[in-house]
Ligand binder design. Structure first.
Ligand SMILES: Nc1ncnc2c1ncn2[C@@H]1O[C@H](COP(=O)(O)OP(=O)(O)OP(=O)(O)O)[C@@H](O)[C@H]1O
Ligand SMILES: Nc1ccn([C@H]2C[C@H](O)[C@@H](COP(=O)(O)O)O2)c(=O)n1
Length: 247
């Protein structure tokens, strides 16, 4: 297999890889590993919605006050470290990488993600970041719910990473509670199923749009999922370098 640099040299523009998928499908962990493999930067767009949510909770902004939340998103003092080997998330200089993933934030983040004013602000910020990161690293892997369809529909490679609901519940349950027995899976339902139901009212991430490659990881372990995603990106970049249109 040619080395990643081969593609950087062959592609005239920095490479953008877009990955979407439902909660617990493995987007973040797989996207990060893919970015590290190719030497690209990594953008976790979900972290941006989570950061707005945490900032509102901390500064007393009522999440039901749509305009106030948009104003918070516009002025968000967010710092993102986009090297996939050492990602960071900061708010006003404070490390909030763990704080944005607490159940307190996960339980209400959809109220922010379904605010269309917030989406417009963050989508533009994400387009700007994708360009900056891609220029800096020679490429970027950006993941979320609407990257393949709205934020970066012209990305060189677009992947919808899915897994069955049972697999996603088991993964999230293991991640949060260290096991996937009936009780912990039930406790994880809101974090996966209810959140996806709410989020899918504003984004389409359950079916692959035209030209988006579907990767179903239900039967794959983590290493298998990463290898499959790398193979899709490699094939997409070969195609683009040969003058083909994005997958
Ligand atoms: N193919 C896989 N097999 C088993 N576990 C996996 C697989 N892919 C990812 N995981 C694990 O599942 C958990 C959830 O993955 P991850 O956080 O990347 O999902 P996600 O799609 O980004 O979720 P969310 O959108 O809710 O943040 C992690 O602990 C990850 O290591
Ligand atoms: N492009 C995106 C990214 C994320 N969201 C929403 C969906 C989630 O509820 C929330 C947090 O994302 P996660 O960290 O779980 O991937 O943000 C979105 O609507 N669009």
């Amino acid at each position: 297999m040619p080395e990643p640099d081969h593609y950087a040299a062959a592609m005239s523009d920095p490479v953008v890889v877009a990955i979407d998928g439902p909660s617990g499908s493995g987007k973040s962990s797989v996207a990060k590993a893919v970015a590290a493999h190719f030497g690209y930067g990594y953008l976790d767009t979900g972290a941006m919605y989570r950061a707005v949510t945490l900032w509102c909770l901390r500064t007393g902004v009522d999440l039901a006050d749509q305009e106030a939340v948009v104003a918070a998103a516009e002025d968000l003092p967010l710092g993102l470290g986009v090297d996939p080997t050492e990602t960071t998330v900061e708010l006003d200089g404070e490390d909030v990488a763990d704080a944005i993933r607490t159940s307190e934030v996960s339980g209400v983040v959809s109220a922010v993600a379904t605010n269309l004013g917030v989406r417009a602000v963050l989508q533009q910020a994400q387009r700007d970041l994708i360009e900056l990161i891609a220029d800096d690293f020679g490429g970027v892997v950006a993941e979320g719910r609407d990257i393949t369809t709205v934020v970066a529909p012209d990305a060189a490679v677009r992947i919808l990473l899915t897994a069955s609901e049972a697999a996603r519940l088991a993964r999230r349950s293991t991640q949060l509670h260290g096991s996937a027995d009936a009780a912990t899976v039930a406790a994880t339902h809101d974090e996966v199923v209810r959140r996806d139901r709410d989020d899918s009212t504003v984004s389409q991430f359950t079916q692959a749009a035209d030209g988006v490659v579907l990767l179903d990881t239900s039967e794959l372990d983590f290493e298998g999922s990463v290898a499959a995603a790398i193979a899709i990106v490699t094939a997409g970049l070969e195609c683009a370098a040969a003058g083909g249109s994005p997958a």
